[in-house]
Ligand binder design. Structure first.
Ligand SMILES: [Zn+2]
Length: 430
């Protein structure tokens, strides 16, 4: 296996570290200060067990204590009383922000393990390339996006809600916490870690990824997401010996040509799409849960280590992307926020599924008017999304289209939008 997972050679210290720490090698690695002693439960058990909630709490407290460039804050509390946390690593004056959202689905734990290892590695790194990287980049991590689901080993949270279908409605504490991070930190890149069940031959790569397909994503953002996917994440994974592909697309086992789409559409309520509409370069990553070899079948720890290692290689590609393309990332995200006030918007469709004529807002309204009752019901969610509002004397409010989240406004407020919060009145005359 190649240790060097990136084309550029930049950030090799970090990349090599990420690979070496693929959930198993840390204990035998160089005794590099406190790093070797701060281990996840997964690493300590050599992949036999996932890191428990108390182990996570202890690890985060320890890196918070040991690392001046790291802070941990609570961003919410679940229905069952577990903490939702955000870890921030990096300099105060950084140019760009990268957000990792780990294991929104509680029964897909490998992404979370890779996130915990990455937090430790970045927080305690002493090598020059990583320190330089963190001077220019803030890395934010929500290491356990669904703590109740993780405890119960379920996809959903304790209220049986799929958090990754709640990023418009924000009914759950978990999705509300992520929305507040998107609003307050305005990440340039959002990387969403999941796992999937394979179908042998047709749908079984080690890693699948997918960009925002929603049509209200600014095209330069989607283009950057493709660069991130193809030139960095997939390349890093392939160099480490992992197979890659596009999430949601079955391919013919013989020819490799696409056969059908089973997931990965343009729904705005999925974080990958929501983040794109909120002016971030977004990517979904999915590691394969099912055993890939006989050894994995026989020994669950072997299976788990492969899944975590695949996620770590993807993450090394992501971090290298952030280091290499800082200027292009900044340009794409600020263009999206500043020039989003022009052009056609869409209420449905995807980059591979044309919208119906009725879903095309060729000349969108100037804004939407909420009456007092509507504002009372959805004002909290609109504030969490970061939608700019003008309060009206009658107790209602107006959401003008001219704002950085222009592409989100009709999806939340138009009567024809599938996942709207309310059917507000379009304002046709500006
Ligand atoms: Zn998932």
């Amino acid at each position: 296996m190649h240790r060097r997972a990136v084309a550029t050679g930049f950030l090799t210290g970090l990349t090599a570290l990420s690979l070496v720490c693929g959930g198993l090698a840390v204990a035998n690695g160089p005794a590099d200060g406190p790093k070797a002693e701060v281990r996840t439960g997964f690493e300590s058990s050599d992949g036999a067990q996932w890191t428990s909630e108390p182990q996570e709490q202890a690890l985060l407290a320890e890196v918070d204590r040991l690392s001046e460039r790291t802070s941990v804050r609570r961003i919410g509390t679940t229905r069952q009383g577990r903490q939702l946390r955000e870890v921030r690593i990096g300099g105060r004056q950084a140019d760009i922000t990268v957000l990792l959202v780990c294991s929104q689905h509680g029964n897909e734990p490998a992404g979370r393990e890779a996130c915990l290892t990455t937090i430790r590695d970045l927080a305690l790194a002493k090598d020059r390339p990583t320190l330089d990287f963190l001077e220019h980049t803030v890395v934010l991590v929500v290491p356990t996006a669904n703590p109740d689901g993780l405890a119960a080993d379920t996809r959903t949270n304790s209220e049986a809600v799929d958090i990754n279908r709640d990023h418009m409605a924000l009914r759950t504490e978990e999705a509300a916490a992520i929305a507040s991070v998107l609003r307050d930190r305005q990440p340039d890149v959002v990387y969403d870690l999941h796992e999937y069940g394979a179908v042998t031959g047709y749908y079984d790569r080690d890693l699948f990824d997918l960009w925002p397909r929603n049509l209200n994503t600014s095209p330069p953002l989607r283009e950057e997401a493709r660069v991130l996917s193809q030139d960095y994440v997939r390349r890093a994974a392939q160099r480490a010996g992992f197979s890659t592909g596009t999430y949601g697309i079955w391919t013919d086992p013989k020819t490799g040509t696409p056969i059908k789409q089973v997931a990965g559409d343009g729904q705005e309520r999925i974080l990958r799409n929501t983040a794109g509409i909120k002016n971030a370069i977004a990517l979904l990553i999915e590691s394969r849960i099912n055993a890939a070899t006989e050894a994995e079948q026989k020994t669950p720890a072997v299976n788990k280590r492969r899944r975590v290692k695949a996620q770590l290689t993807g993450l090394s590609g992501l971090l290298t992307y952030a280091a290499d393309r800082r200027k292009a990332i900044e340009a794409a995200t600020s263009h999206a926020a500043e020039h989003g006030d022009q052009g056609t918007l869409y209420l449905a469709g995807a980059d591979n599924s044309p919208p119906q004529p009725a879903d095309i807002l060729g000349s969108p309204p100037c804004g939407y008017r909420l009456d007092e009752n509507q504002f009372e019901h959805v004002g909290r969610q609109l504030a969490l999304h970061g939608i700019q509002l003008r309060r009206s004397p009658d107790g209602g409010a107006v959401a003008p289209m001219r704002q950085p989240l222009r592409g989100l406004v009709p999806l939340l407020l138009d009567s024809r939008a599938q996942y709207r919060l309310t059917a507000a009145e379009p304002i046709d005359r500006c």
